[in-house]
Design a protein around this ligand. Sequence first.
Ligand code: HEM
Length: 530
Amino acid sequence: MTDDRKERQREAYRAAEPAEGPLTTDQGVAVDHTDDSLSAGERGPTLMEDFHFREKLMHFDHERIPERVVHARGAGAYGYFEPYESCAEFTRAAFLQDPSVRTPVFVRFSTVQGPRGSADTVRDVRGFATKFYTSEGNYDLVGNNMPVFFIQDGIKFPDFVHALKPEPQNEMPTGASAHDTLWDFVSLQPETLHMMMWLMSDRAIPRSYRMMQGFGVHTFRFVDARGKGTFVKFHWKPKLGVHSLVWDEAQECQGRDPDFNRRDLWLAIEAGEFPEYELGVQLIPEEEEFSFDFDLLDATKIIPEEQVPVRPIGRMVLDRNPHNFFAETEQVAFHTANVVPGIDFTNDPLLQARNFSYLDTQLIRLGGPNFAQIPVNQPVAPVRTNQRDGYHQTAIHTGTNYSPNSLGGGCPAIAGPDGYAFTHYAERVDGAKIRKRSASFQDHYSQAAMFWNSMSDWERRHIVDAFRFELGKVGAVEIRERTVGELAHIDYSLATSVAEGIGVAMPSPGGNDHKPVASPALSLDNLRGD
Ligand code: HEM
């Protein structure tokens, strides 16, 4: 047994399984025969009273739970995280204070679009979600392998995912991302374009989960012991470097081994070649919130590393495979709102939506409100709540369960003002209720162009080929043309190369007829809207 708090907790659950003895029913009654159902005569009907038969089929009939609405296919592993040095200067998060403290973690890598049984090496974003079982509760960094996202506001997420998922009439395509609905959405929603450039790049076909970056995407907030905030972006860098497949390899892998990335992760860990990632942060003092030509709250933008370098703060090693895929990798529940003292949110409208969505979806996916009791989700920090009952309650609570409470007998006291409890960051909020995004969110092309300009010749060729392959499958000519017209806002040679490859008219040099809004100089006034 590893000397690890999470591992000891897992082992306690494993030990509960009967090691030896005869087959029994769920009630513990030994079974004499499990190959033939009880029937009236050798060739007669099956009898209702065969409780073993009915229980066995009932349980089998209910083995499946709904797959995740996105990120359905994944692979997980346990490991640990250790900081290089104390980060007390920026955050009071307990797991970022002491280099001698190893915090257990569970990581789930995933594809986004396909169902649970789809192939690994499709062109897609990859999820990179980490659960830190810290001494002050669970912290989840639910990231992707690309540093930006398709949309700026979570209210568009259902529209985006409906467009991305298989088309409703025939459930095609289930693998690659190329189809009319996705490109229709993209061509009408220019904020998607920066992420679409990443998606058409080789980043979308990673060779291995061990060779993939991860990003928290949003701007989060560190909070130090005095309550001072610092904006932070999270980056994972793989020790093995970033490597991708080329498109032909990716397609061949889909046929030869649909589990290509999952198998690679599993076998590497079994062989003792433990994947390792460095955690880095970009730190932005609060006073510099408005000193960029984009909005820190806009998840379709990166903060260029030339402007704010990534500072390495620790490393993560994945050294244990799960015992059971369903129990652990399938039932793990990540949630952006699982934060610990010292890490807080910003008003990024995508992040705010996620803080609602994960808990909400897990309520149905994991069958009720008690999924934090599932072993993989259990914190190693003590849990004391007044929450009771509900589907799949496994605790036998005693005592009272309300607060304030003069009777005692189980009701936990509120933590004193000793800095241990989570206190929401006291950000001042002031504004009229409006459905209007700040002008500082309106420049959709500059960073897409920056991405294109940073590519080498062969990387550009791959991007053009990917656009030709994916867009070339779109049936509606007007969608192809409109998309090419959007690409012209990013780079005219990119747009014309794609147009030529898919046989549509050349776009006008100015692109589609809506003017990109130049980034306004950021000031508190235009960030507030009116
Ligand atoms: C999974 C919603 C944006 C990363 C999920 C799931 C939902 C969801 C409902 C399934 C969770 C489950 O069943 O347990 C949303 C919404 C978003 C959003 C509403 C935008 C408003 C993002 C972004 C990222 C991301 C920007 C990356 C930074 C992930 C990952 C998973 C996931 C990694 C898989 C977690 C796992 O491995 O279990 N998301 N998502 N999502 N999402 Fe998002």
